[in-house]
Design a protein around this ligand. Sequence first.
Ligand SMILES: Nc1ncnc2c1ncn2[C@@H]1O[C@H](COP(=O)(O)OP(=O)(O)OP(=O)(O)O)[C@@H](O)[C@H]1O
Ligand SMILES: O=C(O)C1=C[C@@H](O)[C@@H](O)[C@H](O)C1
Ligand SMILES: [Mg+2]
Length: 181
Amino acid sequence: MSRAGGAGPLAVLVGPPGSGKTTVGTLLAGLLGVEFRDTDHDVEVVAGKPIAEIFVDDGESAFRVLEHHAVGRALAEHDGVLALGGGAVLDPATQGLLAGYAEHGGVVVFLDVSLAHAAPRVGLNQSRPLLLGNPRARWAALMEARRPVYERVATARVLTDGREPESVAQEIRASIEQEQA
Ligand SMILES: Nc1ncnc2c1ncn2[C@@H]1O[C@H](COP(=O)(O)OP(=O)(O)OP(=O)(O)O)[C@@H](O)[C@H]1O
Ligand SMILES: O=C(O)C1=C[C@@H](O)[C@@H](O)[C@H](O)C1
Ligand SMILES: [Mg+2]
């Protein structure tokens, strides 16, 4: 299956940590019979180490440069489902790439989630450097600052509170199929 109107991912998932980009994206790709790709994974492959180590060794700005390149490559090469790192949309150049993709009929889904539902999902997991210390307070601050950006870059928003990842994936599949019909 390929996206109507040309090259590029069938869908791009954006949203904060714990919104389910990796989980829902993997399920959605399975439903659509396409490959799943995650820019967080791509960055780790290029850097040769986990994201937490990139933050410690090289700093967030070095991570963001790697991430921007990973998003550009994935948008150009990948024709399946693509999940972006939670903060990838902060980069103005990345916002420009997403706007171009959306202008050509691309689907950018904002996986939304409230603090009450996100907190238990991210828990005290040490793999998210921006949430270290007080994950709940950090997540809330990050989401407050980013919500307008997620809303701006997205072509659709799906609230995931209290929903099984499978149900979220099915809703996104239905909306993609509707657009392609
Ligand atoms: N709809 C959901 N309901 C309940 N739990 C969920 C849901 N979606 C994801 N989860 C759980 O929340 C945790 C985080 O999900 P996931 O890693 O997919 O988020 P993410 O958006 O990719 O985060 P990150 O930005 O850190 O990569 C996982 O343990 C996953 O099983
Ligand atoms: O929200 C963020 O800024 C991040 C989310 C993760 O997906 C990773 O990209 C990294 O931990 C930073
Ligand atoms: Mg993820």
